[in-house]
Structure formats: C-alpha cells, structure tokens
Write a protein that binds this ligand. Structure first.
Ligand code: NAG
Ligand code: NAG
Length: 445
C-alpha cells in the first residue's frame, strides 16, 4: 500500500499548476473530419479514387456483345494554376506564420507538425497544371478496370487499326493518354502508339476554344459569375468564413483567404492518397466544405453547364464524332479514347441531359438538394463512354457510362441500361445533323 503512495509524491511535484495548463493547451483536439468527408467535397479537384467504381466485372447482356467504344476522359490530378501557386506561396505563408506564432493554436500536435513542415517552395509557378503522380495512377487504374470490363473490345496488344487515341496540346492530357495506354498495354509498349497531331484548339476535344461567341457571351461575361458571387453573401458561406476565422483565431481572414485555403486543401489532399489530408482542410468542418463546394458548383453550372443554352449546344461536334465512331460500317477504329479537359466533359454532360436539375441552380439553392455536383460529375479523370453492343436478332444498342457507371439518358428506356442505337440517334439528331458550329459561334457584334 505504502509503496504506491511513494510513487505519487514526485509526480505531484512535477505537475505544478503552470505545467498542467501548458499540457492542456498543447492538447487541442485533432480535427474530426474523416478523409472521405473531405475527398468527396473538392469539386473539380476531387481525386478520382473518391468516386471510382471498383466493380470491374463485365456488364453482360443476353445475346449482345460489345463491339465499339468511344470514350472521352478528363486528365488526372494536376498541379494548380500559376495564380493559385503564387497566391499560396505569399498569402498562405503569411497565414501559416501567424498561426505558428499563436501561443495556443487550435491544432493538435500532429497538425502543428504538419503546419510547421508545410511549404510550397518545391512547386514552381512554371509547373502549373502539370499532371502529378496521382494523376498517372488514376488513368492507369481506370484503363485496367475498363479492360477488365471489356476484355474482347480492349485487347492488351496495341494495334493502330483497333485503337484511336488523341489528346490536346497540353502536358496533362499527353501524360494522361500515356498513363491510360500503360494501363492497357503495359509500360514497355506505349512508345509504339500513333497519336494524331495534338491541337490546342481541337474542334472535337476542345470545341469551345474555337467558339468566340461562347467566349464573349459566357466565359468572359461577368454575369456568368453572378450566382457564385452572390452566394458569398448567403448565410451558409458567411458561416463557413466565420467557422474558419474562429478555428484559426484569425478574425481578419477574408472570404478569398478561406477560398484559397479550400483550394490548397483540395489539391494537396488529391495529390496524396497515402498521406493524411492537407493540414489546410483542418480549419473546415463538413458544413463549411459543403458551402465552398456549392460555390464551385454554381460557377461551373453557369460557365460550363446548363446555365446558358449556347454552352451545351456547342458540344455537338463531340456528339457527332461519337456517332461517327460507333455507328458507321467502316469506323476509324474499334476503340476511341480522347484525353481532354473539364470544360469539355461538363458541356457534353449538359448536352446529353446528365445531372440536370428541374430548375436553374442559383445562389439561393444551397439547401435545396441538387443533381449538379461537380465533385461527383467532374472529378479529376472524369470519364464518359459510349459502348456499342451488337445483338442477335436485335438492333444494336448502346451502354452509356459516366464515371464507370451505367447512366440512362433522357429519351432512352429508364428500365434498361442499354439504349437502342436508333433511339439515341433520334434523340440527338439535331446535334448531328444541325450542328452549325460556325453559325452558333459567330460573335454577336
Ligand atoms: C458489378 O458489376 C456487374 C456488371 O455491371 C453487375 O452485374 C454486378 O451486379 C455488380 N456487382 C455489384 C456487387 O454491384
Ligand atoms: C471491331 O470493329 C469491326 C468493324 O466494325 C467489327 O466488325 C468487329 O466486330 C469489331 N471487333 C470486336 C471484337 O469488337
């Protein structure tokens, strides 16, 4: 009995009041955000692993077998733009210094360590938008799953008559194409691939770059940002900013600072599947992340989605190219893969009627529920595929897959994953036959 008490005496001496206070100050709780709560709310910076379909068994339909595929794929996870890199190197470094100078920052020991070690010194402004290692893995793994689903359609030996693959004149889509090819054919065989000349303004892969009317009327029109901007005055966004201010104890943080923290949280989390999420996510809670995500959804809805009719009408050259690849007797190839950008995927989805809400999305709709969620529909490595099935004693049918899952397009049977090719053709007849891109895109003035 006595020996127990003898142990206690030195302990009591060590724990003077001052030290016990310090001990509790150091022990701020770690953020309780789970990785999936962060990863699935990063809008167009969402890593593909958060939404991928890991079920790679072949979709089987009685009496039918896949004979052609046409797929369009966004590049994988990349570096930020120059503007974000420079902004992070200046402003976030200031915020970091102020947080580290606090006597009792709201950070647990691990987070404090992460924040001390945080630096973007290794990222040069000239490295903007380059595909990163995670982006390569996303494309390799996507190709592997697609090949497992369609083994006869995607043989693992490259043949230029069979495969047609094209990317835009950017490093990130070139690397994405090479990574995808690695997933299909293996690392040693990708040098044999014949890619057509990549274009900066490809009429199919990046049609909007050729549309001056879209640039002036939508992309450069300040009205386009009206809803995203207005949302910053809404209670949900104000609470998000207030939350970040209170966790950081930096009351002068601006909404722009909070947005920068969200952006850096997004990129750093996307880059690293094996490390904990970025320390910058730590200052958010689920509600705050959801508000920042919604602001992004609004921006993309109005810039690249359903907001203006012109935006999705001009996707017709890509739709026409899809039909030319899957519905002609002598196609260019059995398998067509295009590696491109968010702006192309979103406009195509809107052209097809995917993730369409009944009413236009506005800054008042945060609570309303919506189908338009960029984290789900436009993550890095977002993909849209049309797979033609030839059937015994039946007309050909088409499986449409978005993010590796079957989607039932408007105007197609809603109780069947396969849509008759003729129905699909009829639904988009205007897109193919009356795709007067030149007339649509002539600047109004
Ligand atoms: C996996 O995918 C196949 C083909 O699409 C489907 O038939 C099957 O039901 C899926 N399995 C699960 C567990 O969802
Ligand atoms: C490849 O395309 C040709 C030409 O359309 C078609 O006849 C053939 O069945 C396709 N092959 C496979 C295995 O899908």
């Amino acid at each position: 009995m006595l020996s127990k008490y003898i142990w206690f005496i030195p302990l009591l001496l060590i724990l003077t009041p001052k030290q016990s206070q310090l001990a509790t100050a150091d022990a701020a709780a770690c953020s309780n955000l789970e990785r999936h709560e962060i990863e699935r709310r990063l809008s167009t910076k969402t890593p593909y692993r958060a939404i991928a379909n890991y079920n790679d068994s072949a979709p089987l339909y009685d009496g039918c077998h896949p004979t052609r595929i046409w797929a369009i794929i966004r590049h994988g996870t990349r570096n930020p733009s120059k503007a974000v890199i420079l902004h992070a190197k200046e402003r976030l470094v200031e915020i970091q210094a102020r947080l580290l100078a606090q006597s009792k920052p709201n950070l647990c020991a691990d987070e404090l360590k992460q924040l001390r070690q945080w630096s973007w010194a290794h990222i040069d402004a000239d490295d903007e938008k380059l595909l990163v290692a995670e982006g390569e893995d996303e494309l390799i793994e996507l190709a592997e799953r697609m090949q497992l689903r369609f083994p006869s359609l995607l043989p693992d030996l490259y043949n230029p008559e069979w495969f047609y693959m094209k990317y835009t004149a950017t490093q990130r889509t070139l690397k994405s194409a090479q990574s995808f090819a690695t997933g299909l054919f293996g690392r040693h065989r990708i040098h044999a691939i014949n890619y057509p000349q990549p274009l900066h303004r490809d009429p199919v892969l990046r049609f909007y770059k050729l549309c001056s009317r879209w640039k002036t009327d939508v992309d450069k029109n300040p009205e386009t940002m009206f809803n995203a901007r207005s949302f910053y005055a809404e209670p949900a966004m104000q609470s998000a900013v207030a939350h970040v201010r209170s966790i950081t104890k930096l009351m002068d943080l601006t909404p722009e600072d909070v947005q920068l923290m969200y952006t850096v949280c997004a990129f750093e989390t996307a880059w690293q599947r094996r490390r904990p999420p970025s320390v910058w996510c730590r200052f958010f809670n689920v509600a705050a992340l959801s508000a920042l995500e919604f602001a992004e959804d609004l921006e993309y809805y109005w810039n690249d989605g359903y907001g203006y009719e012109l935006t999705h009408r001009i996707a017709c050259p890509a739709i026409a190219d899809m039909f030319a690849a899957i519905d002609t007797p002598r196609p260019r190839a059995n398998a067509t893969f295009y590696f491109t950008h968010s702006g192309t995927l979103l406009k195509m989805l809107a052209h097809l009627g995917v993730a369409r809400d009944e009413r236009p999305l506005t800054h008042k709709d945060f609570e309303s529920g919506r189908l338009w969620r960029t984290s789900e529909i436009d993550a890095f490595a977002t993909n849209l595929a049309f797979v033609r099935y030839d059937c015994i004693e039946r007309e050909p049918r088409v499986l449409v897959m978005h993010q590796e899952r079957a989607v039932r397009l408007p105007g197609c049977p809603q109780d069947d994953d396969l849509c008759p090719l003729s129905t699909l053709r009829r639904n988009y007849a205007d897109s193919v036959e009356r795709c007067d891109f030149e007339a649509l895109c002539q600047a109004a003035n």
